[in-house]
Design a protein around this ligand. Structure first.
Ligand code: TYD
Length: 139
């Protein structure tokens, strides 16, 4: 697969917050808010601020990232453009497509980064070598 045949682009969306005098509540539903069905949930927490993690892309896994507490940044590179996204609000959801090489960094000490994924864990679905990433998704 090359980037020209991959039709989706990662994007930051805002979900609606439901709040009243008791506090806040945010909802993410597959199909309604996400363009995929959720097969797996994991969360990253207790990451030191000087740590950068990720350093991979995927062949097929689509993900949604939310800093449900604290904040972090995500560096995205789809071989054509790169950008940095700040996740600092539980209503901000980064829809991360498989063709984006991503690195997460600048974690606040209280950051809990929730990840909803379209596929079960499969080490074979990871592209961890940047030169392979460019071969797969570069034009
Ligand atoms: P890793 O991919 O290195 O994390 P990050 O992308 O944040 O740098 O994952 C850390 C370890 O956890 C690695 O041994 C793989 C394992 N893992 C699972 O077993 N299942 C999962 O769903 C994920 C995301 C990771």
């Amino acid at each position: 697969m090359s980037s020209s045949s991959y039709e989706y682009t990662s994007q930051l969306i805002e979900i609606s917050e439901l709040g009243d005098e008791r506090g806040m509540l945010a909802v993410i539903e597959e199909h309604e808010d996400l363009p995929f069905e959720i097969k797996r949930v994991f969360y990253i927490y207790g990451t030191r601020q000087d740590i950068r993690r990720g350093f991979h892309a995927h062949y097929k896994t689509r993900q949604a990232l939310v800093a449900v507490a604290g904040s972090c940044k995500v560096y995205l590179d789809n071989a054509k453009r790169n950008t940095d996204v700040l996740l600092d609000n539980p209503a901000k959801v980064l829809i991360l497509e498989p063709n984006d090489w991503h690195e997460m960094y600048d974690f606040s000490s209280d950051c809990v980064l929730l990840v909803l994924a379209s596929h079960l864990y499969d080490a074979e679905d990871y592209i961890r070598d940047y030169s392979v990433f460019l071969e797969v998704y570069g034009s």
